[in-house]
Design a protein around this ligand. Structure first.
Ligand code: S3P
Length: 455
């Protein structure tokens, strides 16, 4: 594959088969680097995602004085510096496109007596940072930006942040994790209450490193996690499961194309990450979960997916946190269903790598799919008729605004379109799913680089 191209074309295929080895989990990879950096001892991380986002976090941690060795392809060793051992970086920490990286590292720096400036690429520089800097300020951390709540952000940490009890307006694992990580060095108990439970990889990994984390889910669905400061993390090897958010593209591709059967081994099955699987099954998707087991404190399973006739549904609003990254690819499944699919409580999608509601609506309409959008909802009208025919019009270009999940979603739509779909702005696929194109093509897809003069 020509890696220099920023445009790819995707064409109709006759099905996908085989055993798909999906990339390592992005959320867990970031956390494994960040938490092992302040542990006592050496942590070996196996199955780590080798993506540009994770590389940005790795570079930032090295700039904070931590020694990391790449042992083999996806195995790294981090020599932890202990709870107060990070050094002030000589240059601004450039987190590229990595929202999780920048936000969790702000929490890390907040608990150290050092100063650091955080910068990122154009997309990251337009994403809201006050959701992190506001609670960190309440912890007595000195924070400055240009008055706009955006990067660059400068943080002067302290060796003992003030413990707080923070009520977050949104269910966000990034907010929760930044506060818990900053709280590890505070004198007292730091708590975060979120309106619904977001992914809990930080809580699980802290426990894996020997830290007590007190958690509670309330009757109204809200969730609280607390840590007592002054703890020590003990290095402990980590095996990273394969990313359910990356598997999502193969799952939907397998469902919407005819004659498909894909086996996806060792996919992360944390309940806060598998809302898409629940939803697709309710839509009639044939998805089998096999060999459920636990690996390093995380649940995993093998997923078998087969071609299916999907029907539209109303997705419960409270399911949104458990499938927040999956709505772009769910839109593609919904476009290939009978009836309409209503997605509520998805306003957060407007603050991701791009405004995902706006771009998915635009691209689906170009493909001849009817969509209604409001500030916080989408309704996608499926094109499948009861006789099993559908009509996804190809023959158009869609610019993903360099949003990796949007790019992969429209490439997946190309598998069932009448004419090829060209997606522009695909280079960021590498932020979460390096090898996506090669993997899809290996199993039957027809994705190829586009030379500009042929368009
Ligand atoms: C992530 C949390 C989610 C998700 C992101 C990864 C994490 O963001 O969208 O891709 O690893 O903590 P929010 O915390 O903003 O919901």
């Amino acid at each position: 594959m020509n890696n220099n191209t920023d445009s790819l074309s995707s064409e109709a295929i006759s099905g996908l088969q085989g055993t798909g080895i999906v990339a390592g989990d992005k959320s867990i990879s970031h956390r494994s680097l960040i938490l092992s950096s302040i542990a006592e001892g050496t942590t070996r991380i196996s199955g780590m995602l080798k993506s540009s986002d994770v590389q940005s976090t790795l570079n930032a941690i090295c700039a904070l004085g931590v020694r990391i060795s790449i042992l083999e392809d996806d195995i790294v060793e981090v020599i932890g510096v202990g709870m107060h051992g990070l050094q002030e970086p000589l240059k601004p920490l450039d987190l590229g496109n990595a929202g999780t990286g920048v936000r969790l590292l702000m929490g890390l720096v907040a608990g150290q007596k050092i100063n650091a400036t955080f910068i990122g690429d154009e997309s990251l520089s337009s994403r809201p940072m006050r959701r992190i800097t506001e609670p960190l300020s309440q912890m007595g951390i000195q924070v400055s930006d240009n008055g706009d709540g955006l990067l660059p952000v400068n943080i002067t940490g302290r060796s003992s942040p003030l413990p707080i009890s923070y009520i977050s307006p949104v269910a966000s694992a990034q907010i929760k994790s930044a506060i818990l990580i900053a709280g590890l060095n505070s004198r007292g108990v730091t708590s975060i209450i979120e309106p619904a439970k977001s992914r809990d990889h930080t809580e699980r990994m802290l426990k894996h490193f020997g830290v007590e984390v007190d958690t509670q889910t309330n009757l109204d669905g809200s969730y609280r996690a607390s840590v007592r400061g002054g703890v020590t993390l003990q290095a402990n090897d980590i095996i990273v499961p394969r990313d359910p958010s990356s598997a999502a593209f193969l799952i939907v591709a397998g469902l919407i194309t005819e004659n498909s059967q894909l086996l996806l081994p060792m996919i992360g099955m944390s309940p806060e990450r598998i809302g898409l699987i629940t939803t697709l099954r309710e839509m009639g998707g044939r998805i089998k979960i096999r060999n459920e087991r636990e690996v390093g404190g995380e649940q995993v399973a093998d997923i078998l997916v087969s071609s299916s006739q999907l029907k539209g549904i109303v997705i419960p609003a409270d399911r949104a946190p458990s499938m927040i990254d999956e709505y772009p690819i769910l839109c593609i499944a919904a476009a290939m269903a009978t009836g309409s699919t209503l997605m509520a409580n998805i306003g957060e999608l407007r603050h991701k790598e791009a405004d995902r509601i706006a771009i998915m609506t635009k691209g689906l309409r170009l493909a001849g799919v009817n969509v209604d959008e409001t500030e916080t909802t989408m309704r996608v009208y499926g094109t499948k008729t009861v006789t099993g025919n559908s009509c996804i019009k190809g023959g158009f270009n869609i610019y993903s605004e360099h949003d990796h999940r949007v790019a992969m979603s429209f490439l997946t739509l190309g598998f069932v379109s009448t004419d090829r779909i060209i997606v522009d702005g695909v280079s960021t696929i590498d932020t979460s799913f390096p090898g996506f194109v090669e993997l899809m093509n290996k199993h039957g897809a027809r994705i190829s680089p586009v030379n500009n003069h042929w368009r």
